[in-house]
Ligand binder design. Sequence first.
Ligand SMILES: [Zn+2]
Length: 445
Amino acid sequence: MKTAIRGQILSFQGNPFTEPLEDCLYYEEDGLLIMENGHILEVGSAVKMLATLAPDIPIDVYQDALICPGFIDCHVHYPQTEIIGAYGAQLIDWLNKYTFVAEQKFSDKIHASQAAEIFLKETLRAGTTTASVFCTVDPTSVDAFFEKSEKLNMRNIAGKVLMDRNAPDGLLDTPQTGYDQTKDLIAKWHGKGRSLYSVTPRFAPTSSPEQMEMTGAVWQEHPGTYLQSHISENIGEIAWVADLYPDRSSYVDVYSHYNQLGPRAIYGHGVHFKEDDFRVFSETGTALAHCPTSNLFLGSGLFSIETAMTGPNKVRTGLATDLGGGTNFSQLVSMNEAYKIAQLAGYALSAHHAFYLATRGAAAALYLEDKIGTIAKGYEADITVLDLKATPIIDYRLEYAQSLEEILFVLMIMGDDRATRATYVSGKRVYFNDRDTGKEHFAEL
Ligand SMILES: [Zn+2]
């Protein structure tokens, strides 16, 4: 059955960091978007399209709103939902004190399912329709996540964490069990509906060289699957990796040596990357997830989005929340903090560029730019509707906005999950914040 959405539509069809903005930006002041079977059938001027549209097609009309592609979160940990905002530690202490404690509960299926449900609801409320998700070492945590994600028909990427050292016993696998469980989970979930599997070594310090070897192998044996991990987040972490892998010339070289770089490999952070690290990522087609709220919250450092997107060695980079090191589900908040991080380095990240990084740019980082992240004919119908009157102060402030760019910038600096009016997944409205009644509606999951 065909359905439609009408309102202001904004999307990117190219990369504004490397191409002229007017070639990249798609904007329709009074647009119509027709959907069928989870895909976008047509998009264009409402007035023109309504002239020929069958009168019985239901249309959701949004006034004072901006219809854009569903946000994409390139790096996030659903089991850490319960420890968001945990005080006082930097990366390694934070892992030991909070993360590894929380993650041990996820062998309990009921606990894992409840956490997955809360996580996905918050994701939809934030207008995010795809995420690349770390589960825990226990395969139960992966089943719990994908079962819930599948109910919503979301295009999510997720995987079981691989970890055989430097963590509590309850969170360790072995090179062999990690390999076997990963293989089983790929068979079970990769390509089932819209689900995609990611081989997920937590990071080099928590895997032995044997496990790193087998992790690279299992990924290479399954073309089309993803690999996600962490890199160069924190100064102490980098020194630890140098101690643990004395034969390798750099942190990047560790992952390179174990065949974990390439298309569909995405690494969180890269905060302390040198030009040579960007070069290897660029040449191998490996992607980075920029996690601004996490990098600030954990005191990790300031990532250079300017170098990644405009330097001599460009790397596919998307925005990410990295919850629970990150502090907010909303990618608007990630944009806000990314702007401030760039400002500290003397680079002004425009609203257009920031929106690109959370939509089409994030899709490109995940090699999904032909499927999601753009509103255009043939794309999967994952859509977010942002409210231009989300809060009294945003409403007031936007009375004084003089351009689309200014509206976008105000939204990303002042907005959060309150700005989500509706979220569509695969053509179906799965979240709706009804301004008339003040009530929120979620699809069942
Ligand atoms: Zn992370």
